[in-house]
Design a protein. Sequence first.
Length: 130
Amino acid sequence: MKRILTFGTFDIFHYGHLKILERAAKYADELIVGVSSDDLNFRKKGRKPLYSQEERMRIVKSLNFVTDVFLEESLELKRDYLLFYQADCLIMGCDWTGKFDEFSDICKVLYLPRTPDISTTELIQKIKLL
Ligand code: C2G
């Protein structure tokens, strides 16, 4: 049985989010998703997401290839989350390439290509211009 962990904010859930979760699920018997908390996002990006952590978790959990979700409270807790869930593999988009290699002592670390031309930031900009 292969358990895969991935992490993300998944704010204004879009096609790029769907694709990476779908592709991660192909490697997994169980796909568990750490959804960044509102506070973590505030610390990371200086603003709260548009969708609350409860809404973002509900959306991700509703995907039939996602086994479970949990709240990612801190970037520094990644090793603890991987150990707690006994992950065989950590998968992230290639914007994070190299950033999580330190965990290759406890699980496989894979970076998958991002879907081009879509991001939450770009969506916000486009909507502002409507
Ligand atoms: N992603 C993608 N293609 C896009 C946009 C995003 O494949 N066009 C991927 C990202 O690479 C990431 C996941 O979707 O693996 C979630 O992206 P974000 O919601 O932007 O997550 P981020 O803010 O990068 O949070 O601990 C790490 C953080 O929680 C990641």
